[in-house]
Design a protein around this ligand. Structure first.
Ligand code: ADP
Length: 320
């Protein structure tokens, strides 16, 4: 019997045929005054049973073929540096441990930035098993909606179409054997975030925010969402925390100084690191030569390398 007929069976007076028997409803009096007659213990048991049956209707999490650990990079707000962080984190994970194979998946279907930031374009080829081959640059296997649509074409999909596109971007890709797949999420806490979190086992989420109140409010929601769907939040990354004048070296906290630290305290999370607001980071991203690749000795790149090490420290042991 399917989930819904079973659920209906749990309703007082329901028949096995999935419809509520009329005789079970009160014969007179306003409908709102009628309550099922059950003891507290009965109704707790009923609630538990309903929850169990509802859980069966949720999508089953299935690992991504060939991928050991998935790390999602999320933010509440757009424009806080989530994609820049995802790209440099992926590169830093590889740079810290050359034996690791890294993938980068851009599920920001409405605003894919990975093709530009990783200097990749073109359509993925199909493998013999009809899977899309990721595009490769700087040693990272990448997949993005940006490889499948024209750069300037808006994606005007909603709901199921987006879900189905994301399912394809995750599963119809020949990832090979990856130690880490870094997923660049769209901003916010909508369908895509939920769908990804419920469809694949995620080893950990990192939340990127600037120290500004308005960004932190949304970062807070993002962290709560992951907790609700049982995705471990590894910590917060505070981006654009300080700007150092290239001429006089004076430091300015344009978006505030310690906002992410305060939020981390409120949420009982760690701050994985601070990334300064720096022209080199922006220029490197825009030119498709991410800073961890193009200027690995710079202080900015070192900030990403330290964060990658903090992320790895907090991951659960990979499956054998
Ligand atoms: P999001 O993915 O959150 O929308 P992006 O990663 O696309 O944000 O970053 C938005 C812009 O800010 C980009 O132009 C990027 O190069 C720039 N940027 C991100 N982080 C930094 C930083 N730490 N210093 C300077 N520019 C940055």
């Amino acid at each position: 019997m399917g989930v819904w007929p079973r659920l209906l069976l749990l309703l007082p007076g329901a028949s096995p045929w999935g419809c509520v028997r009329r005789s079970a409803w009160p014969k007179s009096g306003p409908a709102s005054s009628w309550r099922p007659r059950s003891s507290g213990a009965d109704s707790d048991a009923l609630k538990d049973r309903r929850a169990q049956i509802m859980a069966r209707g949720l999508p089953k999490q299935k690992p991504v073929e060939g991928v050991k650990q998935v790390i999602v990079v999320a933010s509440g707000k757009g424009g806080v540096g989530k994609s820049t962080t995802a790209v440099n984190l992926a590169l830093a994970l590889g740079a810290n441990d050359l034996s690791k194979a890294i993938g980068l998946l851009d599920v920001d279907v409405y605003g894919p930035s990975i093709p530009k930031m990783m200097n990749l374009r073109g359509n993925p080829e199909l493998s013999e098993s009809n899977l899309m081959r990721p595009l490769l640059n700087y040693g990272i296997s990448c997949m993005s909606m940006g490889f499948l649509v024209e750069e300037t074409a808006p994606v005007v999909w909603r709901g199921l179409m987006v879900m189905s596109a994301i399912e394809k971007l995750i599963r119809q890709v020949d990832w090979g054997q990856l130690d880490y797949l870094v997923i660049d999420m769209p901003p916010g806490t909508g369908d895509v975030q939920l769908s990804v979190s419920q469809n694949i086992p995620i080893s950990g989420a990192v939340i990127v925010s600037t120290p500004q109140d308005i960004a932190l409010m949304d970062a807070h929601k993002g962290a709560e969402m992951f907790r609700k769907v049982n995705v471990p939040v590894l910590g917060l990354i505070q981006n654009m925390s300080v700007f150092q004048c290239p001429k006089c070296k004076h430091e300015t906290h344009i978006f505030g100084a310690d906002g992410a630290k305060k939020l981390a305290k409120t949420l009982g999370l760690d701050v994985l690191g601070d990334i300064p607001l720096h022209l080199n980071i922006r220029e490197a991203s825009d030119s498709g030569q991410p800073i961890v690749f193009s200027q690995p000795q710079s202080n900015e790149a070192k900030a990403y390398l330290r964060i990658a090490a903090e992320v790895v420290k907090r991951l659960p042991p990979p499956p054998v």
